[in-house]
Write a new protein. Structure first.
Lengths: 393, 258
């Protein structure tokens, strides 16, 4: 894909922002297991970084996805996965449906402050009992006058502890048709500095990686919101979410590559000066060949991902390529992290090295936003090789 | 009022440097390039002045086409237009020739105030802005940490060893900027997109009508070398006072570091 000088300027600006406003604080935020989302998002909002593809009427820039793709890649220069992931939730996971299908009123209420960085957004799909199998979620909303009353819970919600609103997938019909009984509703988590009535943060979850990002289990008990807070049509929620997943998946692949390249570069530097048996570790052919192999794989991933981006920009259906890119990036992040960490020896096992954090953070890639096996299922479906289940006789 | 800001695209000082086999040039293929950091402060100071008083800010650079990269950053920060001196002969100039070319460029746009970084972090020569002032017969202050405009007079603080002093300069003037003066803004994304429409004009050395004599090098580059990188691993024995004395002697006499 041909990038313009403006793309490159955006890349430079975002990398500079990451180097000055994120990286110096990563250790502190990882330790605290949370980062100051409101403070950081306000800075990003002021620079116009939270609404690149969003309509100008709500403070966005109205640009095509290639500009967002450049930003997502540049965010990968952070020395952790947690903060870029939280930003990705704000730009690519919680807001695409709202921007595309939300009413003007709803976009003014939720999208505009999210683009400005005044409000922190969450995406609520997964539940304790339903992750990969999105259709089987249990959270539901029933109509009461002009309102919905929401009951249920969401699990592993990024930004959940400090979020202001959640883009919530829930059942709005009870007819047992899992693909057409769902809607997406914007549910406030905070109101005037206080918890929105009926919303509880059950737990701030402790995690093996992505520690600077706060992850919560949320509970909804008789949460009353106007029906006008529903995005688009009733019953279209599952379909909207499947569309919204495309951006989420490209985000995952795009933001993962700089970390892989950095891991390879840092490993070259470390093994180049660390000696064993009278020579630098890097001089063993098994080591430099392996690093060459990994770099080759990363370049393949980048080519695949940008092809998906290009299709998406051209308005074509990129589902199969976005799913492949997500699958490949999850697997490759693990492979790069594991191979590189190995060559760091004991140092690689220490928390003080970037490689050990990359190893921990990168593990999420194959799980979150659709596990590898879910991606394979989508690819098989589009290849026409997924067997249909026989109906029980 | 027109303000010219002299900016230079330089290697990021965090890059790993290598010297070409000719020993007279730096290998550029693996370098990452940025706007010289002092120049960023100069651009910021010009934009602040524009915001306060209204002005037209023109960034001026000399170099290959890729120098436009840093000019675009400056335009996205808020400068209005760019002028790049480029083409045949520009790559072999020394500070003297560069200053002649930039002085001619500044003259062509009729700037009353010229800002520049106090030095470019690639060759650290601190020559160009001073020479431009001399060539254009403008007042000059260097290493400035505070700038104010009072009508036709610039009032500046200038860093000196262990303190600073205040100078008043009549305009037109050339001011070189030190780091502490301001915090350069990030270009906002909307401004990056708007900068697309801002013009960057190009001029060659011939367009500027410079003579061969003006462009002739004032100095001859003999060779470049990297600082010594292999470690000595010198372990000093003895009791503490003796070790300290020996360390000082080594640093003074052998390493010439003190
Ligand atoms: C740090 C973190 C942040 C997260 N943030 C969010 C968020 O903000 N919002 C949100 O909604 N969710 C979030 N999630 C949840 C995440 O999207 C889910 O964990 C993920 O979709 C997998 O669901 P699950 O955990 O229920 O796994 P399960 O569905 O229980 O699956 C477990 C494993 O079984 C295998 N498997 C599943 N289906 C198949 C199949 N058909 N064939 C073969 N194998 C299969 C896969 O290997 C899978 O990993 C987050 C998770 C984490 C860890």
């Amino acid at each position: 894909m041909k990038l313009t000088p403006e793309h490159e300027e955006i890349r430079r600006t975002v990398i500079k922002f990451v180097e000055n406003e994120i990286n110096p604080y990563v250790e502190e935020w990882e330790e605290a297991e949370i980062f100051p989302a409101h403070e950081l998002f306000r800075k990003l909002g002021n620079l116009g970084m939270l609404g690149i593809t969003k309509p100008e009427a709500y403070g966005g820039l109205g640009l095509d996805y290639s500009y967002q793709a450049v930003m997502n890649e540049a965010l990968g220069h952070a020395h952790c996965g947690g903060v870029p992931m939280a930003i990705g939730v704000q730009t690519d996971m919680a807001t695409p449906s709202l921007a595309r299908f939300g009413s003007d009123e709803l976009r003014a209420r939720f999208l505009a402050p999210t683009i400005a960085g005044e409000a922190v957004a969450c995406i609520g799909v997964s539940e304790t009992g339903a992750g990969s199998d999105v259709a089987s979620i249990k959270t539901y909303a029933v109509k009461d006058g002009g309102d919905y009353i929401v009951n249920g819970g969401k699990m592993w919600i990024t930004n959940g502890v400090q979020g202001d609103w959640i883009c919530l997938l829930c059942n709005t019909a009870h007819d047992g048709k899992p693909h057409t009984n769902k809607s997406i509703i914007c549910v406030p988590l905070m109101e005037d500095g206080k918890r929105f009535p009926g919303v509880t943060v059950e737990r701030k979850l402790k995690k093996m990686g992505m520690r600077s990002s706060d992850t919560a289990e949320l509970h909804f008990e008789d949460v009353r919101v106007p029906q006008s807070y529903r995005i688009g049509d009733e019953g279209a929620g599952f379909m909207y979410q499947m569309l919204q997943f495309q951006e989420e998946r490209m985000y995952s692949a795009l933001s993962a590559t700089p970390g892989m390249l950095n891991a390879i570069q840092e490993t070259i530097a470390y093994t180049g000066q660390r000696e064993a048996f009278g020579q630098p570790i890097l001089h063993n052919q098994v080591v430099h060949y392996r690093l060459a192999e990994l770099l080759t794989e990363v370049e393949c991933l980048r080519a695949l991902t940008w092809k998906a981006v290009e299709m998406h920009v051209n308005g074509e259906d990129c589902t199969i390529l976005a799913s492949m890119a997500k699958l490949k990036s999850g697997r490759l992040a693990r492979e790069v992290a594991d191979s590189c960490l190995q060559y760091w020896g004991g140092m690689g096992f220490m928390e003080e090295t970037h490689i050990s954090r990359f190893f921990r953070d990168g593990r999420l890639g194959s799980i979150g936003g659709g596990a590898d096996e879910v991606m394979l299922g989508i690819i098989c479906k589009l290849m026409g090789t997924l067997p249909t289940r026989r109906k029980p006789a | 009022m027109k303000i010219a800001v002299l900016i230079k695209r330089v290697p990021d000082t965090a890059s790993v440097f290598a010297i070409n086999p000719d020993q007279k040039s730096v290998a550029t293929d693996k370098l990452k390039f940025v706007m010289s950091p002092y120049d960023e402060h100069a651009v910021e100071e010009a934009i602040k002045l524009k915001e306060a008083n209204g002005a037209d800010v023109v960034v001026v650079s000399l170099g290959p086409d890729s120098a436009k990269e840093v000019m675009r950053t400056a335009l996205a920060m808020g400068a209005d237009e760019g002028l790049l001196v480029t083409g045949a002969g520009t790559d072999s100039l020394t500070s003297k020739g560069v200053a002649e070319a930039l002085a001619a460029a500044v003259k062509s746009i009729g700037a009353e105030l010229v800002f520049a970084g106090k030095q470019a972090v690639d060759d650290d020569a601190s020559q160009v802005a001073e020479r431009v002032a001399e060539l254009l017969e403008m007042a000059h202050a260097s290493v400035v940490t505070k700038f104010e405009l009072n009508g036709g007079t610039a009032v500046v603080n200038r860093e000196i060893e262990g303190g600073s002093y205040t100078l008043e300069l009549p305009l037109p003037a050339v001011i070189t900027i030190e780091k502490g003066i301001n915090t350069p803004r990030y270009p906002t994304l909307p401004n990056i997109m708007k900068a697309k429409k801002k013009p960057i004009a190009e001029k060659s050395l011939a367009d500027l009508g410079l003579s061969a004599e003006a462009l002739a090098p004032g100095v001859v580059l003999e060779s470049l070398s990297l600082p010594r990188q292999n470690r000595r691993n010198h372990i000093i024995d003895g009791d503490t006072p003796a070790r300290v004395n020996e360390l000082i002697r080594l640093l003074k006499e052998e390493e010439k570091a003190l």
